[in-house]
Ligand binder design. Sequence first.
Ligand SMILES: Cc1cc2nc3c(=O)[nH]c(=O)nc-3n(C[C@H](O)[C@H](O)[C@H](O)COP(=O)(O)O)c2cc1C
Length: 208
Amino acid sequence: MELHAALDWRYAVRAFSPETLDQQSVESLIEATRKSASSYGLQPYRLIVIESEAVRRVLLAHSFGQQKVLECSHLVVLAAHTDIGDHTVDRYVEQVMKVRGIPYGDIAGYARHMKDALARKTSREKREWAHQQAYIALGTLLTSAALLRIDSCPMTGFDRPAYDEVLGLAELGLETSAIVALGYRSPADEHARLTKVRFDDRDMVIRM
Ligand SMILES: Cc1cc2nc3c(=O)[nH]c(=O)nc-3n(C[C@H](O)[C@H](O)[C@H](O)COP(=O)(O)O)c2cc1C
């Protein structure tokens, strides 16, 4: 029941209160997001947590007038890796060996399989694939935030190349996927009172 109460409570916040989130809550949310699932476990993305008002003020100019970029407590940018290839697999394999304490031989076959699967994709498909993985993290973040009673608003209404430029993402081999404003809803936000609109079960779910 806690899950449904949280999902009913959450909505895409349009106006945030000036209150800031405590650091522990933010870290707990980021930790939950870091646990997100991804294809082969490769996690081809980074999470950028922006508290700096100065940075957000610059980003606001590229956010199609969405003041919440500045008014929220923290802004999270989900950024996908732009260069996907064998090194994506090698990086993950090293982490598996370290975390699980296993030799390369135990994972060599799986590494080959992952590299072959990625090599079959065009460069455009690889980029799209990386963004898809970032979007799974976005879903994890939104649900986790609701469970932690942190308000949020996912956003793609911004100038992506400008965000990449301001945040220096090209140098990091990244490009922006989506952003999420975090904080507490303003009591004046009318959207909090709107009934959630979702398609009915029969129109959404196909059971067979
Ligand atoms: C990928 C994505 C991008 C979105 N972009 C914006 C945005 O730029 N600005 C905004 O106010 N809401 C944005 N939203 C919020 C949606 O409009 C909102 O989730 C949807 O209307 C459903 O309402 P609810 O989340 O309040 O239940 C976005 C949501 C998603 C998932």
